[in-house]
Design a protein around this ligand. Structure first.
Ligand code: GLN
Length: 534
């Protein structure tokens, strides 16, 4: 029978609730339990696919093509599992279902209301995930901060669900902030007390508290929090700021967080196997040397926009005992080749990540050209592949001003164009080529060697592709199409064989990299850095 763990957040947002949920998932998995994690997002968008990365950060794509919250990326990386559409529930998707049922007359004349119709649909989503995954534990994280109007239906649904599932089968964990007042040298507990009061006023008394803090919490302070928030002393946990998010599971394990949760849920504890995670954290803390990778993107003011890319670089770095520093390049500032050279001369590699729209494209072309001409290890992701192809078409294949029709509808040489099946698509939500597709790699190519196999499966999120009309010209000019869809119609990977690592892919490998197992394409990039350093 599945046991439920609900995670809410208080006082402020961005507390790392997602990391706490993922860490607990990791600790339970390390004990041999199966875990499913669900994220509830209270916004009205049906999914984050239509939101600007400036607002929301990265959109994480699952194998089954769901565009989801970036916390799902943490869940996948921490628990080493692949998630699913069911793992992300938004208010928008809940309302969409309820309203479409209403239009079909399924409510038989009833007045459709937040309680019970919206809350029932939320509970149904929890049940659907339970049925689909049959996990030992389902961890559900509610986005936003307690007190927000938008999240109230989710909190109410949880209150009902907990009653219906019976005492002992679920717990509530509240993650809060203990602000530190520099002048008085004190940690303040009042905001957390208030947050718990509000949660309680919604009918939920949390069993466990995780307190985010910049300094250690003394026993006395823990006792005070326990007393005022009505939780037992052993249920107050410290979540101190860490250098690496991957340290969090171990810090929580040291306080026996999973053990306490299991006790509250009446499940016998087991000995965790965290050996390889401990090794990982040890590597993170003791790198042998450092390298710098330039990331030429558009949303460089918000690092969360490229979170999976950055994590993938770190994972690959660890395999070679490198700490990877990121140099953020606002690509629109790389206005000419000289600027590109200035910006790249002190870096060890270049990554051009995914993106949309024309802004910064010329700058991306400049840095890719520099990388190609100077054998600087390069990896292009999705838009990065499209730019690599445009750069090659213009500067090597002689197709002057070649472009993507996304950036110049009337270009003479549309080397990147809308996919045929995209041509009649109306609307933006969930309409791209999304999710995992197989790809065949060319025997003997750099990527085929990097993967060590010929057929791979990677996740996609794009509308445009390499235009088949120009494939031959570009290939004749020396760029190799080293990965294609099984029918051969879609170019999925390109590489420039003269360089050590000048590789770009139409898919997003960053969604499948794991801390304990770097992705082959990122590993290939960092390996090229290492060889170059020799
Ligand atoms: N804008 C490009 C497309 O839609 C690339 C998308 C991406 O990088 N995810 O094809």
């Amino acid at each position: 029978m599945t046991k439920y763990i609900f995670v809410t957040g208080g006082v402020v947002s961005s507390l790392g609730k997602g990391i706490v949920a993922a860490s607990l998932g990791k600790l339970l998995r390390a004990r041999g339990f199966s875990v499913a994690i669900q994220k509830f997002d209270p916004y009205i968008n049906v999914d984050p696919g239509t939101m600007s990365p400036f607002q929301h950060g990265e959109v994480f794509v699952t194998d089954d093509g769901a565009e989801t919250d970036l916390d799902l990326g943490h869940y996948e990386r921490f628990t080493n599992t692949s998630l699913h559409q069911l793992n992300n529930v938004t208010s928008g998707s809940v309302y969409q279902t309820v309203i479409s049922k209403e239009r079909k007359g399924e409510y038989l004349g009833a007045t459709v209301q937040v309680i019970p119709h919206i809350t029932n649909e939320i509970k149904a989503r929890i049940q659907m995930a339970t049925k689909h995954f049959s996990p030992d534990f389902l961890i559900a994280e509610i986005g936003g901060t307690i007190g927000d109007i938008e999240s109230q239906p989710f909190i109410e649904a949880i209150r009902q669900f907990r009653l219906e599932e019976g005492i002992g089968n679920s717990i509530s964990i509240h993650v809060t902030l203990l602000p530190y007042l520099q002048t008085s040298g004190e940690l303040k507990t009042k905001p957390s007390q208030h947050s718990v009061y509000v949660l309680r006023s919604y009918g939920i008394q949390p069993e466990m508290l995780v307190c985010r803090t910049a300094v250690p919490i003394s026993q006395k302070e823990k006792e005070k929090i326990a007393l005022f928030c009505s939780v037992s002393r052993e249920c107050v946990f410290e979540s101190k700021d860490m250098k690496s998010i991957y340290e969090v599971p171990l810090a929580l394990e040291a306080q026996n967080m999973a053990g306490v949760a299991l006790k509250l849920l009446n499940v016998k504890d087991k000995k965790p196997n965290l050996l390889s995670w401990e090794k990982l954290v040890d590597k993170i803390k003791n790198p042998k040397s450092e390298i710098t990778v330039a990331l030429a993107g558009k949303y460089t003011d918000l690092n969360d926009a490229y979170i999976s890319v950055v994590e993938s670089l770190k994972h690959a770095g660890l395999e070679f005992d490198y700490k990877v520093n990121i140099k953020w390049l606002a690509s629109e500032k790389c206005t000419d080749e000289q600027k590109a050279e200035e910006m790249l001369k002190d870096v060890d590699a270049l990554v051009v990540p995914g993106g949309f729209g024309v802004r910064g494209i010329e700058g991306k072309l400049n840095v890719i050209k520099y990388a190609r001409e100077h054998n600087l290890p390069f990896l292009g992701l999705c838009l990065g592949l499209q730019c690599a192809v445009i750069e090659y078409a213009r500067n090597v294949a002689g197709l002057e001003n070649a472009n993507s029709t996304e950036f110049d509808e009337h270009t003479k040489y549309p080397v990147i164009d809308l996919m045929t099946e995209q041509k009649n698509v109306a609307g933006y939500g969930g309409t791209m080529r999304l999710g995992a597709y197989p790809c065949h790699l060319k025997e003997g190519s750099k990527v085929q060697k990097a993967y060590g196999k010929k057929i791979i499966e990677e996740r996609h999120r794009h509308r445009y592709e390499v235009n088949n009309e120009f494939k031959k010209i570009i290939e004749d000019a020396g760029l190799v199409i080293s990965g294609s869809s099984p029918d051969g119609l879609l170019a999925e990977v390109v590489e420039y064989p003269k360089n050590d690592w000048h590789v770009a892919c139409q898919f997003h490998p960053e969604f499948k990299s794991r801390p304990e197992e770097a992705h082959p394409l990122f590993r290939g990039l960092i390996k090229a850095v290492k060889n170059r350093k020799k």
